[in-house]
Design a protein around this ligand. Sequence first.
Ligand SMILES: Cc1ncc(COP(=O)(O)O)c(C=O)c1O
Length: 401
Amino acid sequence: MNHSQNIPFLDLVTPHVELEQQLIAVFQQVIRTAGFVGGPMVDGFEKAFATFCETNFSVAVSSGTDALRFAIMACGIKPGDVVVTVPNTFIATTEAISQAGALPEFVDIDERTYNMDPEKLRDCCETQCTTDESGKLISRRSGRPVTAVVPVHLYGQTADMDAILELADRYELVVIEDACQAHGAEYFSRKHNRWMKAGSMGRVAAFSFYPSKNLGACGEAGAATTDDEALAAKIKMLRDHGQAKKYYHDVEGYNGRLDAMQAGFLHTKLKHLPDWNEKRRQHAERYRQLLGKHEGIILPCEPDWSKAAYHLFVIRVADREQLGDALGSAGIGTGIHYPIPLHLQKAYSTLRYKKGDFPVTERVAAEILSLPMFPELTEETQVRIAEQTAACVSRLVTVGS
Ligand SMILES: Cc1ncc(COP(=O)(O)O)c(C=O)c1O
């Protein structure tokens, strides 16, 4: 790549052009059989994705948001129940909770991993909740029963699941993983003494296959993963108008099925996911080498219990607007994931949180900047990104000091 060329934040063209013939073959197969929704292509992808996630079942649906919403509903979370999650996530996490009829409440994140801080969850259970006569956890904030927790594996790195699962066990909380950004991420469970895949640790998990994800469809798609056959069957009913047998509706469900074409595309792309994730890990390592010693830049922390899938490579700097602008002027795309924590979003003003409630999330949200991260990045482009980043941060550090 020569220096006058722009560097996109994400390249979604190259991988699809490389797989063009295989994707066209999927398209041909679908139009020649007219099996457009559900069917063998969806079944085949579900089996392959469950194998990839090391779970017994995966249920393909029309988006990650639907996967999370159906997962919450299938777990029997009742209207008005509190589901605890983090404010540092995409709004789909809390949309799914609210739209399943539950009430989202937040705990702050760990400043190193940007994911749910198990100590904050412990504090929430021990000091911000009481227990009723049957020992059930009741939120002091809302007076509602707390029945589930949704750790989000943000940016492609899992939350510290052992501690979260242990607390959930103690307080009888259902654990629903939001693995929408974490296809293939791994967690070393000290409890089980082995590496575990994102999506295989909670009772159920949700994945998004939005095109920009590590495994992305050519449109909208998602999946829920679980080891629990009955739960998988409930999610299948919810995605298909509440029916297991055509026109026999046990419950009122939704239209949340996956198109066969998207399943075929995903199945084709899934074969490449381990290689793509490995490339992301190599790029992350190179960013570390290039930027690691630079004053004024905080790099993502990958604890020894984590093998992140690097959906995003998120750095922190004091003045990220200036850095984003400077990189933009140099033709380098960046992103902010996410600029406004959920507890401060207008959409959640009714939850009555205020500035200062989650100081770690708020501090991090003001400083984060996502650098380009995709498998096709080259060493040359990374060097250019790092040079521009380092030069801009040096200028800012000098000005600020
Ligand atoms: C953390 C998180 N949760 C949920 C979702 C929802 O997935 P989808 O866009 O497929 O509905 C996303 C998608 O961006 C996400 O990043």
